[in-house]
Design a protein around this ligand. Structure first.
Ligand SMILES: [Zn+2]
Length: 499
């Protein structure tokens, strides 16, 4: 038997503890779980998450594509403990036996529509953005504790797909009757994955020393992190922007949105105490304002983008300045991401005006953040001199589920790979960074490199020290120093955490 996460030929475990009713294998899903439209990081592209309760519902060619992706991860040897690929016949039952979701580009309205797309010969590698599963992490009396596995495709590069699937996992897992989530095996070299779980409120509940003998680190053993998170409990805020719309609905109508279960109603009641509705006095047709601690809550991604664009256009300020300006009046999750997108698309910041001498601020802001990262990192040699995966993809493992009858096997894992971390938009001035020897910006800003093996904390400490030393050297240039400080703040900011 090859070393698999778990034995893919073993019968699946189903939830038999926690809240009733218990799932019927291959049976219907709870009615609250429906196909769901989401907006990608560009705030424009629509994608759909389609839930499946059985491998039989998933079109064969789509299944084969996902199997191929998983096996590619296994072959790279940096995220999964398995060493041998999974046969196609085992993949469907392994991934979809309990519950699996697939993210497809565009608007898809039903499971049946997915089948019709396959019959029409849909090109899944260009349409499929990712997939995740939810299954019990333990059997029997502990089967209400779940595990998730995640896979992000090549077409999903840089689009926030991993984060969106993580949010959806947190919303659907409690609806499937799970009360707690464990990811058993996230190798510490998968920084993008660690960041996502940290940001989504998972706690690091354990560390397995030297757990990974990975392909890219042949001479050392890599620690693995165990993540845990309560699901759908009291005071557990919604993690997506959608929660604002639900709160608004609840405050305005005094009733719960359709499909709210008891836990969700309870969460809504508790969350709503922090918000209030202010009648819209502007005289236009817009709806009343939802306020959180004196700030207007903006839940519409397009409106968020427009506000960010307008705030940036006032003075073409950098990411921190623009974010701070917005945060004085408005609230939404991940303002900085929106600002970053707005700056990236700013035509005036893209092309320096000929004949004008830019200020130090303007110099930095004229660089397209994402572009300068790519350029600077593509020309660099990673400090750990590990081979870069051919597609520049950072692999991420999200979880594992040991089954008692398979205790001697490595636990099944939840792989997730990201092409870029949430820090992919961090503005980096090559001039400022020229003197730095470490590969932090490769691993943090570009996300295409494995993280330094001695850990992100050490790397950040070194970076901070270097930045401080540099600031000392440049202290006489006040403007420059404050500019640098802004970058430093950005570099260590943890505001990706949803509130
Ligand atoms: Zn601009």
């Amino acid at each position: 038997m090859p070393a698999m996460l778990d034995d893919p030929t073993a019968p699946a475990i189903y939830r038999v503890s926690g809240p009733a009713p218990y799932p019927v294998p291959f049976g219907p899903l709870p009615t609250e779980i429906q196909v769901r439209q989401v907006t990608l990081r560009d705030r424009v592209t629509i994608a759909t998450l389609i839930p499946f309760s059985s491998p039989n519902q998933v079109p064969p060619k789509l299944t084969a594509y996902l199997c191929e992706l998983l096996n590619r991860e296994i072959k790279k040897g940096d995220t999964y403990p398995m060493m041998e690929p999974l046969p196609l016949s085992s993949f469907g039952p392994y991934w979809f036996a309990n519950f699996g979701a697939v993210m497809i580009m565009g608007e898809v309205n039903s499971v049946e529509e997915i089948m019709r797309m396959e019959e029409r010969g849909e090109d899944w590698p260009s349409k499929c953005l990712g997939s995740f599963y939810v299954k019990p992490n333990y059997p029997g009396r502990s089967s209400h504790v779940c595990n998730g596995g995640f896979l992000v495709t090549d077409a999903a590069r840089n689009r926030g797909v991993g984060r969106l699937m993580g949010e959806c996992y947190l919303e659907w897992a409690p609806k499937l009757g799970y009360t707690y989530s464990v990811f058993n095996l996230v190798y510490e070299t998968n920084v993008a994955s660690l960041r996502i779980w940290d940001a989504l409120g998972f706690k690091r509940i354990g560390r397995v020393k030297g757990c990974g003998n990975l392909e890219s680190y042949p001479d050392q053993f890599i620690d693995a992190i165990i993540f845990g998170r309560e699901l759908g409990g009291e005071g557990d805020e919604y993690v997506s922007e959608e929660r604002f719309d639900k709160i608004r609905f609840y405050l305005k109508t005094g009733t719960y949105p359709n499909g709210s279960d008891r836990a969700e109603k309870s969460r809504l009641r508790s969350a709503a105490t922090h918000y209030k509705i202010v009648p819209n006095a502007d005289g236009n047709d817009e709806e009343d304002k939802l306020m959180l601690k004196g700030k207007e809550v903006i839940s519409d991604p397009h409106k968020q983008y427009e506000i960010a664009r307008a705030a940036h256009a006032q003075s073409h300020g950098g990411i921190n300045k623009t974010t701070a300006t917005i945060a004085e009046k408005y609230h939404w999750v991940r303002i900085k991401e929106t600002v970053s997108a707005a700056i990236r698309n700013c035509t005036e910041c893209k092309e320096p005006t000929p004949g004008t001498k830019p200020s130090p601020f303007a110099t930095r802001e004229r660089r397209t953040p994402g572009k300068s990262n790519e350029q600077s990192s593509s020309s660099r040699t990673p400090r750990n001199s590990q081979p870069i995966s051919s597609d520049g993809v950072e692999q991420v493992v999200a979880g594992a589920d040991p089954h008692p009858e398979q205790q001697q096997q490595p636990a099944p894992m939840a792989p997730m790979h990201f092409q870029a971390s949430d820090y992919g938009d961090m503005p980096v001035d090559p001039q400022i960074m020229a003197g730095m020897h470490h590969s932090w910006q490769d691993s943090n800003a570009n996300g295409s490199q494995p993280m330094l093996v001695d850990g992100e904390d050490d790397a950040e400490t070194r970076l901070r020290e270097e930045l401080e030393a540099q600031m000392m050297r440049d202290q006489h240039q006040d403007v420059y120093a404050s500019d640098l400080k802004g970058q430093q703040d950005r570099a260590f900011s943890t505001d990706e955490v949803p509130d």
